[in-house]
Each structure stands twice: as C-alpha cells, then as structure tokens.
Ligand binder design. Structure first.
Ligand SMILES: [Zn+2]
Length: 588
C-alpha cells in the first residue's frame, strides 16, 4: 500500500531543503540560493546547488539532484520508505500504518535486520556458554575485558554446520531469509549450512544502531583469518566502517583508522573511543565521505608491514579528497596498535598520536625508500617524483616547506626544488584545465539526460516539454491552462510521465514540487528531472510561454507521426479540438 499522498505532502512541506542539507553540507548563500561542496562526489570548489524556491538540489559536478526525500535516500543509501521514515521522525510526524503486503524492499530489509539482531544475541549467548569456551578463552587471551565484550556485543559461532540455521528456524525464519542475510550458504545440491562456524564473532553495527552484518575470526592460524558477511540488502562493505556507531559520539575530534576489528576494539578498551576499522576491504571513497561527516581529521594507524604501508598510501588521497586532514602514525617496536598498547601502555600511544606524521612527510619518506640517493640518476628520479607530490599541495607555503624537506633529503638547494615543483604544478594545472573544458564544452551533451536510456529523440520538442514541466512545478494553478495537453503527446517518455504525474497532483490540490516525485521516479530519472527543474523559467508571462511550448510539442508530434500533410493535419486538429472540449467539460 502506498503512503498516503497527503502525508507525503505535509512531510515535504515541513522539511526545508536548506535546513536539511545544512545538516551535512556547509552551505554559503549566493543571491537567492545556496552553494556547497557536494556530499555525493569529492570536490574542493562548490558545485552543489540548493534552491529554496523550488525546494530542490542539483549538483553540477556529478549530476545528482532531487528534493528532500531523494536527498536522504542518496545520502544514507536508503530506499524510499526508509528515507520517508527518517524525515518523518525529523519532522516529528507519525508514520502512517500500512499493511506489509506490498512494499517488498522495506519489509525485506527490516526482516534481515531483525534476524541479524537475533543472531547477534545468539552468538553472544553462545560465547558465554560451555560450547563457546574456546572462543571466550581466545578473547580473554587477547586481553578483552568482560565489559568490552559486552559493549561490542562479541559472540561465538558454534563449531557446527547448522547450529545457527536450526536456531533461526526455531525462531520462524526460512532458508531464503538466512541466505538473503548472508548467514547461510548453499551448496550445489541446494542444501544450506552455516556461513560462520567455530569463530569469534563481531557484529557490525551502523550509525543508527542496526546490526547490518558480521565479521568472524578464527582462533588459530587457519584461513581465512577473517570471514565477513557478503553484501546484502542491508550491508555494503564499501559504505560502512566498524565501530563508527560508537566513534561518531567521540569528543576527540579526530578519527583513528585501523586495519581490523581487534585493533579497533583494543583501542576502545584503552580509552580511545574514536577508533574505527574498514571492513575486509580496501578503503574506499565512500568510507572517506562517511568519516568526513563526523570528523575533521584522520590518523591512519595501519600495520607497519608492507601491506599496511600500501593500504595507507591508498587511503591517504581518498581521505584528503573527502576533506579530512590526514596524519599517519608510525609505530616502532610493535606491529599494530593492539600490540603497541599492550607493550607500552596508553600514554605512549597518546604521545604517538600527537607525534603522528603529517601525511606529506610520510609519503615523501615512502618515495625516498624507492631510490638510492647516492646515485645521481636515482636522485633525479626521486626529486621528480617528490615534486609531483609536493605540487598537489594547495598552499604555496606548504609547497615551500615540503619542497624544502625533499631538497634537504636529496642534498640539492631549495631553489632547484622549487623550479621542479613549479614545473610539475604547471603541468597539473594544464591537465586539470583541459579536463574542465572538456566537461563544459559539451552543450548538446548537457541538453541530453546523462543516462543513455533516457536520451531525447527530439531535442526541440523536449526543450518545450521541459518548459511545460517547469511551469507546472512553479505554479500548479497553471495546470488548467495547458490546453488539455497530456504526457502522451510528449516526445520524451520520461518528461511525459512526469508531466502527467504533476498534472494529476495539481488537480488533486497536492504539491507539484520536484520533491513530490521521489516515489515514482528512479535515481537517474530524478537526477535528470532535477536538471530540468534547475533551469531558469519565469511565470511572469506564463500564458504566452505555455502557448509557444504547446505549439512546438504538437507541431513536432505531427512531424514525428508523419501526418503533417493535408487532410491528416485537419484530422489531427479536429481530434485535438474534441479532446480539448472533453477536457474542458470534465473540468466544469
Ligand atoms: Zn556532486
């Protein structure tokens, strides 16, 4: 059952787009609208546009756009109903009751979340039962206190092929449910068995407190050492980090990024409530953006081995792109934070954090390692690579300081280094400018929807159709003055559908703002409708505009159907007249 339209209308009316976006993006006012750095792609200069008049947003960088509901769907990666629920809570509105028969996705997600919660309870209970003694012994050996085990809801998966399956079946869950949640695996014969067996279990909890997945660790040297939930309808490993549900409330102001569950938990136990771990995957751009929502600075605290160094090198630019200040912790005398704290204590780790290296020096040191600086040829290569790195720094002061460090390392004068950095900088700027030009110099491309499947077949008609759509969004009162034109006459299927939807809403006295279309249009469609809605349009002389637009749409329509000659034209005009008459009679 769909949500009542009146309810959605009120929700949209009560949610101001500028207020909503301001919660996650720093907006600056320019004229009648607001600009900020896009939360959906990485950028340093704002191209994210929020228009209060039209209650919409549009990014001119990545193309994403929509109204308040789309914003939450996109930002939190939620399906429509869940986004509505988030906004309803925010606006202090009660979600209407509905039966569970028809809205598949939300029910499916909720079922999996509930099953995950039950599973986490089972694992935790088993850890503290005789069957879990081995797991408990392992965690105790790793020094995790009872309090830590409870705080993180740690558990144990039985050494059995169907321990969990049996328990969940007893709670009424089906095989299908268990497979969907990634808790069970099926073999070729269609038989299912427990994914996690004989492992200590770490529930993965999102920022809203939902158990979205699990990580399981063996207690000896068996492989794989860690096994994680696969991606499911509620879990995406590239979009979630472990322990952020706790770290997001930290007062520390910076986040400590570790490589694994055990490091993160050990840090929390030692009083660092700001530690998180990425989950069995390389650090992604989305991880960076997620962390940037809660922190200004990140300290990378990966293992000191070559894999750890490589992982840090990959994470640095992604964190920087997301707008975080990045530091790298260089540990000596221990291979990871867990070991370090056990050996040297909490205070030593605090000192390490405070001394953590600026990421530029860290990366210079990594570059230096690749070259033998006593060799002239290699020294030149070092300087060139270092200059490339230094040239990416935004302030001239930084470029001078770090350029100086590199010069000193290689034993050349700071002036020589500066020349090299300037050259690298010029090359980079040229390249960036070329890219930007390529993006801006494609007017036809800009007229067209980004998604191929939505491409306009008739640009001239589509432009006019866009105009009609915009006018209707700006003023639902115009619906009755559109000469009975319907979306079926449009050349673009998408615009036609949107027009009909708005028309129907206008007739029912509902809002015709872009936000109201969130349920009926998918993401790509919405991005394009936002692009349409963001174009200038004036209602000042709307009567004339409507006439012009309609005559283009109908004229092009006739050409398209190949009937723009003789009698057919007359026939078409007559048909139109009848349609109009029928429409007017219906209205009165
Ligand atoms: Zn963007």
């Amino acid at each position: 059952m769909p949500l009542p339209e009146r309810f959605l209308d009120e929700l949209i009316a009560r949610t101001d787009i500028v207020d909503l976006v301001s919660e996650s993006v720093r907006l600056t006012k320019k004229g009648g609208s607001w600009w900020g750095c896009c939360p959906f792609h990485s950028e340093k200069t704002p191209s994210f546009h929020v228009v209060p008049d039209r209650q919409m947003y549009k990014c001119f960088g990545c193309g994403k756009g929509g109204g308040v509901i789309n914003y939450v769907m996109e930002l939190e990666n939620l399906p429509f109903r869940d986004a509505v629920a988030v906004l309803a809570k925010r606006a202090g509105m009660q979600m209407p009751e509905f039966d569970g028969s028809s809205s598949g996705m939300r029910e499916r997600r909720e079922k999996i979340l509930e099953m995950n919660k039950q599973t986490a309870r089972l694992f935790h209970r088993w850890l503290n039962s005789p069957q879990g003694s081995e797991g408990l012994a392992y965690l105790e050996r790793r020094g995790l206190s009872r309090r830590t085990r409870t705080n993180f809801g740690l558990g144990f998966a039985l050494n059995s092929w169907d321990g969990l399956i049996q328990a969940l079946a007893g709670l009424g869950y089906s095989k299908r449910d268990m497979l969907d949640a990634g808790l069970a695996v099926s073999n070729k014969d269609g038989r299912i068995y427990d994914r996690f067996r004989n492992r200590v279990m770490f529930p993965i909890i999102d920022v809203r407190g939902n158990v979205i997945g699990f990580g399981g660790r063996v207690m000896d040297d068996a492989t794989p050492k860690y096994l994680n939930s696969p991606d499911t309808p509620v879990y995406n490993k590239s979009r979630n980090v472990f322990a952020l549900n706790i770290a997001k409330n930290s007062k520390a102001g910076r986040v400590i990024l570790t490589e694994g569950y055990m490091d993160t938990i050990a840090l929390h136990q030692a009083g660092f409530d700001n530690a998180v771990a990425s989950l069995g995957t390389a650090f992604t751009e989305e991880h960076g953006q997620l962390l940037a929502r809660y922190f200004k600075e990140a300290v990378i605290s990966y293992d000191g081995d070559s894999a750890g160094v490589a992982a840090a090198q990959r994470a640095i630019p992604l964190l920087e792109k997301a707008g975080l200040k990045v530091k790298v912790l260089r540990m000596q005398g221990a291979k990871d934070p867990d070991e370090f704290i056990k050996a040297y204590g909490r205070d030593a780790f605090v000192r390490l954090l405070d001394q953590s290296e600026n990421q530029v020096d860290y990366r210079l040191a990594q570059i230096q390692k690749k070259y033998d600086l006593t060799d002239d040829g290699q020294r030149v290569s070092f300087l060139q690579e270092a200059a490339q790195l230094v040239s990416t720094l935004h302030s001239a002061v930084e470029r001078e300081i770090y350029g100086g460090h590199a010069a000193q390392t290689a034993g050349v004068s700071p002036e020589t280094m500066k020349l090299e950095v300037d050259r690298a900088l010029k090359g980079r700027l040229r390249k960036e400018k070329r890219q930007e030009e390529r993006q801006n110099m494609a007017p036809v491309g800009q007229l067209q929807p980004k998604a191929r499947t939505l491409r306009y077949e008739n640009i001239r008609s589509a432009r006019a159709e866009e105009g009609l759509l915009r006018l209707l969004m700006l003023d639902p009162g115009l619906a009755g003055r559109m000469d009975g034109i319907t979306g079926a006459e449009f050349s673009s299927g998408l615009l036609g559908r949107a027009f009909d939807a708005l028309n129907r809403r206008a007739a029912a006295g509902l809002s015709t703002q872009l936000a109201a279309l969130a349920e009926d249009f998918d993401r790509e469609e919405m991005d394009h409708l936002a692009q349409v809605a963001a174009q200038p349009e004036s209602v000042a002389n709307s009567g004339q505009s409507i006439q012009d637009y309609i005559s283009i749409v109908r004229g092009e329509g006739l050409l398209r159907s190949g009937t723009a000659q003789g009698d057919d034209l007359l026939l078409a005009a007559q048909k139109r007249y009848q349609q109009k008459k029928a429409y007017m009679e219906e209205k009165t």
